[in-house]
Design a protein around this ligand. Structure first.
Ligand code: WT7
Length: 645
């Protein structure tokens, strides 16, 4: 497979082709894959319904495109290099040949357990090789995987398992990341106790730490036992291009997470093609993406994109600061990493450790650096460029979303001239549009507005699992005939795109997307909380921090700090520590309009410390509440109440 753009002229030429005749463009790329039966039409679409179909009536299996298609050349080439949490433990390397055997065996095991094409399998595993093997095994037999990030806690897991109607859950006993332990099996037990997830018939447990766990009879089984006596002789299930490959949940502006559905052929073509071109991956290179596979970045650029392209991909179990802040650079040197892809939040966190972690690290193998997940500030961009890239590696600032399946706006490494904090230009096949408040598309340069996409691309999500109306309402209703991303964007005088951040009630904390409503719901579960409002505010390391304004009826024993601690603990338990508020302020009311809508605009300003001008506040029911929140007199009232107790 080639399809590689190598010059700026080539990019411009390919981009023009991709826009003037998209079906012809994508058809050529799709040709290089292995089809059991070739598709007979490239695209059918309607953004009003919405309905999007790519590579119609094609028959294929994505794992045949990873293994059977690559094996002749790559039998003994490392596919996955797994680096453990603790650097004293030994890494594991799977060649394409070895990974193929593991996947086939796992696939047969799933079949032996009655899992069939179309069944949903939840995978709640940390960054261990079984995670990737389980995903590919599902894909091999046509089961739809839904990976839940192992940092999510009980309620978040239960909601997702229930929504997906999962028949099986694959988890592990427990895991250490850094020094922190998470008892995954216990979380699954609690989630299943608390939701009526009758669909779940079996829980497969990977022995990871070997620590003792409870087993529920007739439901739980060790993976190693389940694999006993199973052969590795497996022929892949034949899938239609539009059969679902996986569901991945993400937060939206309402409380309930959405299960985005990605389908087989389009996702395959898009992740593989974007991977090779954006990172300029060449045969023999070693690619390292530090994301967790529980997020879309890991799905597309640790697992599917790289493996489809026949790449060597690193899977790192640990954290960037364990055992010290030089860990990522140790890994780069140990495996001679060529392309390195991480989040701005990790860069900002490492900046705080200064130069010491670089001592004795060569980093000479690096050719390309990437970032994803949130806007990268200029300071972090320069630090990354100077200290990690030693001024010789291009940075690709890649903008995309869970919904888009793959990278949408980004430089091609070393080809597109970069500008700090700009995602630069659209990838071939991507047609961005900037719409003003009235919904009018602005065609000039030097404009700012809502970022939309006006033409389909193969990697886009097709629906929200079980709720197509929500798919339409969320993405295709704000601007009719366009896919609306939820992001604000600026196009500068050169036509370069700079992402300005979310324009909805979604916040981006350390590159993780969280819905403010979801966090509010978790806070409101606290028995003393009447209501709450959550907003984002600028945070030095996380990009955005979580600020919660909480209205309580009375105080528990333990006073102000006690209540704040128990609110935080509640959020940890319900969603997970990623959603834990950084700041909590107790209030005696929230600024609401007469119709009862919370004016978050005002709270956002208070949280950011910008209290000089709130704009029009005449619609507020109780304008005084704003002043009381600012001078913190309501929290003081709580203190008084506390004294009386
Ligand atoms: C949101 C999507 C896609 C991988 C990880 C996040 C923000 C993503 C960038 C970037 C500025 C970015 C957007 C987007 N975002 N990449 N390069 N520059 N912002 O996936 O959880 O679906 O979140 O992340 O706001 O809408 P996600």
């Amino acid at each position: 497979m080639n399809n590689k753009i190598t010059t700026l002229g080539g990019y411009i030429h390919e981009y023009q082709k991709s826009v003037s005749d998209p079906p012809a463009f994508w058809s050529t790329i799709a040709e290089s894959f292995y089809w059991r039966k070739r598709f007979d039409k490239v695209l059918e679409w309607d953004f009003h319904k919405p309905e999007i179909k790519w590579f119609l009536n094609g028959k294929l299996n994505i794992t045949e495109n990873i293994f059977e298609r690559n094996l002749f050349e790559r039998q003994n080439q490392p596919a996955i290099i797994w680096e453990p949490n603790n650097p004293k433990d030994k890494e594991k390397v799977y060649t394409y040949g070895e990974l193929y055997e593991e996947v086939k065996l796992f696939a047969n095991m799933l079949l032996s357990k009655g899992i069939r094409k179309g069944d949903r399998v939840v995978i709640y595993l940390p960054m261990i090789p079984d995670l990737t093997i389980a995903m590919l095994a599902c894909a091999r037999i046509g089961a739809i995987h839904s990976v839940i990030f192992a940092g999510f806690s009980v309620q978040a897991v239960a909601d997702r398992v229930k929504d997906a109607g999962a028949k099986m859950i694959i988890t592990a006993d427990s895991v250490y990341r850094g020094k922190k332990k998470t008892e995954l099996k216990n979380i699954i037990d609690e989630a299943l106790d608390n939701c009526d997830c009758e669909s779940v018939k079996e829980v497969l447990v990977v022995k990871n730490t070997g620590e003792k766990v409870n087993f529920v009879e007739d439901r739980d089984i060790w993976l190693e036992d389940a694999k006993k006596g199973i052969s590795a002789d497996n022929r892949a299930e034949e899938m239609d291009s539009e059969d679902p490959l996986f569901i991945l949940y993400t937060s939206g502006s309402t409380g309930k997470p959405k299960g985005l559905v990605h389908t087989t052929a389009g996702y395959m073509v898009f992740t593989s093609f974007s991977f090779k071109n954006i990172f300029q991956y060449s045969d023999g290179d070693v690619f390292f993406c530090t994301a967790d596979i529980g997020w879309i970045t890991g799905h597309s650029y640790i697992v599917y994109g790289p493996l489809l392209a026949g790449a060597t991909t690193i899977m790192f179990e640990g954290s960037p600061t364990y055992p010290d802040a030089g860990r990522l650079w140790d890994i780069v040197d140990k495996y001679k990493v060529n392309q390195f892809y991480t989040a701005p939040t990790a860069i900002r966190a490492l900046m705080g450790y200064g130069q010491k972690p670089f001592e004795g690290k060569a980093l000479g193998s690096l050719k390309v650096l990437g970032t994803v997940g949130e806007p990268i500030n200029e300071e972090a961009w320069h630090w990354y460029h100077d200290h990690v890239g030693k001024n010789r590696c291009p940075i690709v600032d890649t903008w995309w979303q869970t919904e888009t399946g793959g990278i949408m706006i980004s430089p091609l490494a070393g080809i597109t001239p970069t500008k700090p904090s700009y995602a630069t230009l659209p990838f071939p096949g991507i047609q961005p549009a900037i719409l003003d408040k009235k919904g009018k598309e602005m065609n000039d340069n030097s404009v700012e507005g809502n970022l939309c996409i006006k033409y389909p691309w193969p990697g886009m999500a097709r629906t929200v699992w079980g709720d197509h109306k929500r798919f339409k309402d969320t993405y295709f209703s704000t601007h009719k005939g366009y896919y609306f991303t939820g992001d604000g964007v600026k196009r500068d005088e050169d036509g370069y795109y700079r992402i300005l951040g979310r324009v909805d009630d979604v916040i981006n904390v350390s590159g993780h997307r969280l819905g403010t409503a979801e966090i509010e719901n978790a806070i409101n579960e606290h028995p003393l909380v009447v209501e709450s409002a959550v907003v984002g505010y600028p945070h030095k390391v996380k990009g955005q921090g979580i600020y919660a304004f909480v209205f309580c009826q009375e105080l528990s024993t333990g006073g102000i700090e006690g209540i704040k601690t128990s609110v935080r603990k509640g959020v940890d338990k319900i969603i997970g520590p990623i959603a834990r508020p950084d700041e909590i302020r107790l209030v005696d009311g929230l600024p609401k309009t007469r119709s009862g809508k919370i004016m978050r605009r005002i709270l956002r300003k208070i949280a950011s410390g910008e209290t000089d001008d709130f704009g029009d506040t005449t619609t507020l029911l109780d304008p005084d509440v704003v002043q009381r929140i600012i001078d913190n007199s309501c929290e003081k009232k709580y203190e008084v109440k506390e004294d009386k107790k």
